[in-house]
Design a protein around this ligand. Structure first.
Ligand SMILES: Nc1ncnc2c1ncn2[C@@H]1O[C@H](COP(=O)(O)OP(=O)(O)OP(=O)(O)O)[C@@H](O)[C@H]1O
Ligand SMILES: [Mg+2]
Length: 393
C-alpha cells in the first residue's frame, strides 16, 4: 500500500485533456499573438515572380509601367506581396494575355475538378505534410483549392490554427456532411482560411463515428452508400474549386474508401526504408481487395493518375538510395521524379503549426530552408503538371 488514492482513469484523462488543451491554446497565443489566429506572411519579389510564372525583371517592369497596383514597399525600395496582391496581379496579367488561361491555369469549361488523395496506412509517412504543402502551393499559384481533412486526428485542421475539439462544436465538420442521419450540405462546414484561395473542410474526432455507423447504414440500405457519400457531398461545391485535396487517415477504413471513390488522382506517400515498403505492399494488396468489393457494389473508380511520393529522403543515405532505386525499377514513372527531402526546416516549422510556405526564411539556416523549399516546390509543381495533363494541356 502506498497510501495514495487510486487513480480514476476517466477523471485523470479528462484532467490531462484539459491541461493539454489549455497549454496548446497558450502555445498558439505565443506563436500567433495577439489573437492566436494565423496570418499569411508577405512574399518577396523573387517569390512573387516565381508564383506568377514571370521573371523578376518583368515584374519590376509591370510596376515601372504602372500596369499593376503598388504593393507594400520598404524604405530601401524592397517590395513585399500579399497573397491578395498576387491574385490581383495574376488577374491583370491574364486579362491582358493573348490566350486567356496563360496565368490563371485553373479549370476551363468542360474540365473536371481534380480530386487528389494523399494516403498510405502507414502512420507518419507524410500524408498531412505533403497534402498541406500541395494545397498551399497550388493556392499561391492561383488555383482555387479546397482541403478536406478526413482524418479524425484532425492534423490538417490543426495546422490551419484550429483546435478541433472546441472550434467546430456548433459549425460542424466533414462528419456532418457525411453522416447518415440528416447530413448538412458540405458548403455549410467549409471555412475560408487566412490563405488566399484555400478553403478548409475541417475534421474532428466525431468523424470516427462514420466508421462506426457505416455497418448499420449498410444493413439498412441507407443511400447513398458509404463509398458514394464523399463524392455526393462534393458535388454541391465542386464548381467553386479547381482542385480538392484529401488528407486521409492512416487506415483503410470507410472514410478513406469514400475519398478514393471521389478521387481523380492518388498520391501514396512512402518513406524509403524496407519496413515502410513492406507495409506499403500490404496496404496496396488490401486496397485492391477492398476496391474490388466496392467496385462490384457499383462504385465508379477511374483515376487520371497514381503516383508514389517519396518522403523524408536523405540523398546521402546508401540504403535509402537502394530502396528508391528498387521502387523506381518496379513502378517506373509512377514514382514521382522529385522526392520530398527529409528536412529539419519542415519538422521545425511543424512545431509552430506552420509549413515551409508560411515560415520566414530568416527563421532558419538559409541553405536548410532553401533545400526544403526547392524540394517541396519541385514535388508540388510535378503535381500541378499531372493536373494540367489530366486537363489535356
Ligand atoms: N520531409 C520531412 N522532413 C522532416 N520532417 C517531416 C517530413 N515529412 C514529415 N515530417 C514530420 O513527420 C511528422 C509526421 O508527418 P505527417 O503528419 O505529415 O505524417 P502523416 O502520414 O500525416 O501521419 P498520420 O499517419 O499520423 O496522419 C510530422 O511531425 C512532420 O512535421
Ligand atoms: Mg496525417
Amino acid at each position: 500500500m502506498t497510501g495514495t488514492d487510486p487513480i480514476h482513469i476517466n477523471t485523470r484523462i479528462r484532467e490531462n485533456a484539459q491541461q493539454l488543451a489549455g497549454a496548446l491554446e497558450q502555445h498558439m497565443l505565443k506563436s500567433f499573438a495577439p489573437d492566436a489566429r494565423k496570418q499569411l506572411r508577405l512574399f518577396s519579389a523573387g517569390e512573387a515572380a516565381d508564383l506568377l510564372g514571370i521573371s523578376p525583371s518583368f515584374l519590376r517592369k509591370l510596376h515601372f509601367e504602372d500596369r499593376v497596383p503598388e504593393v507594400q514597399t520598404s524604405a530601401g525600395g524592397r517590395r513585399s506581396y500579399s497573397a491578395t496582391d498576387l491574385a490581383a496581379i495574376r488577374k491583370i496579367l491574364d486579362d491582358s494575355a493573348k490566350t486567356p488561361g496563360t496565368y490563371l491555369k485553373g479549370r476551363r469549361p468542360g474540365d473536371k475538378v481534380q480530386v487528389l488523395s494523399f494516403l498510405n496506412f502507414k502512420g507518419g509517412s507524410g500524408k498531412t505534410t505533403s497534402s498541406i504543402h500541395a494545397a498551399q502551393r497550388l493556392a499561391l499559384k492561383g488555383y482555387r483549392v479546397l482541403a478536406v481533412d478526413i482524418d479524425p486526428q484532425a492534423s490538417l485542421t490543426t495546422l490551419f490554427g484550429y483546435q478541433p475539439e472546441f472550434d467546430f462544436l456548433h459549425s460542424g465538420s466533414v462528419y456532418d456532411a457525411l453522416r447518415y442521419d440528416d447530413p448538412v450540405p458540405l458548403s455549410q462546414v467549409i471555412l475560408k482560411t487566412y490563405f488566399e484561395g484555400l478553403d478548409l473542410a475541417p475534421s474532428g474526432l466525431m468523424l470516427q463515428e462514420f466508421e462506426h455507423e457505416t455497418p448499420t447504414a449498410l444493413r439498412n440500405n441507407i443511400q447513398p452508400p458509404f463509398y458514394a457519400r464523399m463524392a455526393a457531398a462534393l458535388q454541391e461545391v465542386e464548381a467553386d474549386y479547381d482542385v480538392i485535396i484529401f488528407d486521409c487517415p492512416p487506415q483503410l477504413g470507410y472514410l478513406t474508401l469514400s475519398a478514393l471513390c471521389a478521387s481523380t488522382g492518388m498520391l501514396i506517400t512512402v518513406v524509403p526504408n524496407m519496413l515502410d515498403v513492406a507495409s506499403m505492399s500490404q496496404f496496396l494488396q488490401m486496397s485492391a481487395d477492398l476496391l474490388d468489393v466496392v467496385s462490384n457494389a457499383g462504385a465508379q473508380m477511374e483515376l487520371d493518375f497514381l503516383r508514389f511520393l517519396i518522403n523524408r529522403y536523405e540523398p546521402s543515405d546508401g540504403p535509402q538510395q537502394q530502396v528508391v532505386a528498387f521502387l523506381r525499377q518496379l513502378f517506373g514513372k509512377e514514382v514521382m521524379v522529385s522526392p520530398m527531402l527529409k528536412s529539419t526546416a519542415i519538422s521545425d516549422a511543424g512545431l509552430t503549426q506552420q509549413t515551409i510556405y508560411e515560415v520566414e526564411r530568416g527563421a532558419f539556416h538559409r541553405s536548410t530552408y532553401d533545400r526544403a523549399m526547392e524540394s517541396l516546390n519541385a514535388v508540388n509543381d510535378e503535381i500541378e503538371t499531372l493536373m494540367q495533363q489530366a486537363w489535356g494541356r
